[in-house]
Design a protein around this ligand. Sequence first.
Ligand SMILES: [Zn+2]
Length: 333
Amino acid sequence: MSTERRKTGNARFTIGVDFGGTNVKLALVSFIGDSFKIEGFSSFQTKDYKKDELIEQLVIRIIKLKAESTYKGNRVRGVGIGVPGRVDFNQGLVFDLTNVPGWKNVHLRDELISKVKIPVLIDNDANLMALAESKFGAAKGHKDCLCVTMGTGIGGGIVLDGKIYRGMNFAAGEIGHMTINENGPLCVCGGKGCVERYVGNRYILESAIKRLRNGAKSILKNQLSGTYLNLTLEMLSKAARQKDPFAMLIWQEVGLHMGAVLANVVNLLNPEIIVIGGGVANAGNLILDPIRRIVRDRAFQVSCRNLKIVPSKFKEKAGIIGAASLVLANKEK
Ligand SMILES: [Zn+2]
């Protein structure tokens, strides 16, 4: 790492924290112009710590990264934190977290600032992924962008005119809970027939397994030799690339559902670019091609002119880059 160059340069240093349901990742990041570099990193497993212990871990590790930077002669301007849940951005208040028990109405920002003594900003993780892609990634150079993460849940972040759009109650961008079937199955959010209920990774697998059990023909049957629960999205992708009609149909359906929702969003926002990331999106063109086709078929033609639908550039790193860049983005206001 060329840390020497950074000593005298005009790099701006921040710390990014990607607080996920499985891992918490922290990075010291330096920014020069429109490029960045990860200068230090640490991580731990979320489930190993209860709420107060986890906050303590954050404090210890933030102070350590801060000291690392100061040692090299650089001042850290602040900490950005992305969390999997709804956050009052103005107050730094975490309302609750998906898949992390014990986090209800936590004033995380104030608690951290009193201990780490530098500015702290907290936002929803999907918003920060959108910020990362918009500032440095697949949507760089575009003013309006929509970023969708397809994994266990389907998340969305909206960047309008270069700024995150959060909505009145910081709840904007919940694309996963747009209804595609008003009488459909119950969703974790309490709604019915949300798109997440069809294209979240668990439901893709559930539906595929059910059909295999019911006698669908597929090369996957030999690979699984009866143990259908071992089916993974990677196996479905691989089989589809080998032109297995069953696996191809599954991805077509996922693309159809997601494409229909995105066509609605395109009609609503007329964005320049849609960035798609997350584990489900690792299927690449198996899912992107049907999404592009459906959006083109369903959304207004004028909204589709020059519209790009592209894969995420940063993949699992988007959260941490977005978190780190939040501190700088907030100063630009
Ligand atoms: Zn829902």
